[in-house]
Design a protein around this ligand. Structure first.
Ligand SMILES: C[S@@+](CC[C@H](N)C(=O)[O-])C[C@H]1O[C@@H](n2cnc3c(N)ncnc32)[C@H](O)[C@@H]1O
Length: 398
């Protein structure tokens, strides 16, 4: 039977590697996120019905419930998540009317929820990229949105996660260790990298378990912004907001076509023109960079080849590197460096280029299993990771 992404790994190790400390910073971050997604316009007189698929520890939902006057239903297939949420209800951290469904969402049918099969807001965060069939999963998520409802997805692809994918190349060495040892060794290796993320809100231990040791990176794991828009369009939903906010709309409203297609097309175009900025969180997006000057197709092809290589070597627990692997990735990284150097982007991507060159040296250490802490340029490189998107059902006002 095909491995169930996230569920099998989490269940095997009895973990939920996404814990957040519930404090003022956490609440403020979540408030900022929902505001950026255009989700602050609910009538507070009556409770909105929210469905969250894959809530993890439920720490995000605690903030959701404080921000919206809501009644939340959770679906999660990891018993540890169900226990964590039950504990929060018991301790009064989540309200007593919270509903919990312990189910693999892919096997779930709306009939399982009896009378409550549609929701004003459906949230599925950190759960779609990494599934065996992300688009199918997302399509199913949207089946639960009420006719006037909204949905929040997260997206990730090889543009947003490239440096993290490259860090995953440690997995063939780490996965051979006993789990706790692997985490300990992973923290030792990645501490100098993670220190470059001072605002990071999850523990190093959780990050190593989820990003490096987990098996989510099988070929086909990506769920890009364009995949999300395509899935939404199919379900008659249109773009509402995103974080980061990459859509600029300078059109005079009288000239705009207020159709779902307009919003989705606008978001898609903006996305295609700006996805390069996901590569590195140090990049300051130029409002209208014309990617036609840059061979984005050639660039994307190389990124996809690197992504496929990472998939192939980091999802098999018995994988052993060979010299052929070393040479193959070394060659791909050299091509990536050349593409950037010969384009006008080299100035704009100066720091990223330094980091890629640093990775090229570091790859030899990873391949040999040597923990070199000196490649600071690579350590500093983080992508924009996860992109949040919100959509709403098409509503015609008459
Ligand atoms: C990476 S965690 C994300 C948790 C949380 N949403 C967050 O962003 O911090 C993925 C969550 O989705 C759940 N999950 C993944 N696949 C699932 C499936 N097929 N059915 C139900 N839950 C699933 C996992 O148990 C876990 O709680």
């Amino acid at each position: 039977m095909e491995e169930r992404q996230f569920l099998d790994f989490y269940t095997k190790h009895k973990i939920i590697p996404v814990a957040q400390e519930i404090n003022q910073n956490h609440l403020s971050r979540r408030q900022y996120l929902y505001r950026t997604l255009g989700l602050n316009q609910y009538n507070n007189d009556s409770k909105i019905k929210i469905l969250e698929i894959g809530p993890g520890t439920g720490d995000n939902a605690v903030a959701t419930n404080k921000i919206f006057n809501s009644q939340i239903t959770f679906i999660d297939g990891n018993q540890s998540s169900i226990n964590a949420i039950n504990q929060k209800i018991k301790n009064g951290i989540l309200p007593i009317d919270t509903k919990i469904i312990n189910y693999d969402f892919l096997d779930f049918s709306s009939k399982n929820i009896l009378e409550d099969s549609k929701f004003h807001l459906v949230i599925c965060e950190g759960t779609i990229p990494g599934q065996n069939k992300p688009k199918l999963f997302a399509d199913k998520v949207l089946q639960f949105v009420a006719p006037d409802g909204r949905a929040v997805f997260t997206c990730a692809d090889v543009f947003s996660l490239l440096p993290e994918l490259l860090r995953r190349l440690w997995r063939p060495h780490l996965i051979k260790l006993e789990f706790k040892e692997a985490i300990k060794k992973g923290i030792e290796i990645f501490e100098p990298h993670l220190k470059n993320l001072p605002e990071m809100s999850r523990s190093y231990e959780d990050w190593v378990a989820d990003q490096v040791l987990n098996t989510w990176a099988k070929r086909g794991w990506e769920f890009s912004v364009s995949d999300a828009i395509e899935t939404a369009q199919k379900n008659d939903m249109f773009y509402l907001g995103s974080s980061p906010s990459f859509v600029e709309d300078w059109i005079w409203y009288k000239e705009a076509l207020n159709t779902p297609n307009y919003y989705n097309q606008l978001a898609l175009n903006e996305w295609e023109n700006k996805k390069i900025f996901l590569l590195d969180k140090r990049l300051h997006p130029i409002s209208k960079y014309d990617l036609r000057e840059f061979n984005i197709i050639e660039f994307s092809n190389i990124l996809n080849k690197i992504g496929n290589f990472v998939s192939d070597v980091t999802c098999d627990d018995d994988y052993e590197y060979s010299e052929k692997d070393f040479k193959y990735l070394d060659e791909l990284i050299s091509i990536l460096i050349q593409i950037i150097q010969k384009s006008e982007l080299s100035l704009f991507l100066e720091d990223t280029l330094k980091s890629i060159i640093s990775f090229k040296r570091y790859w030899k250490n990873i391949y040999e299993g040597v923990n070199n802490k000196d490649e600071e340029d690579f350590q500093k490189w983080w992508g924009r990771g996860t992109v949040y998107l919100s959509f709403e059902k098409s509503r015609l006002i008459t």
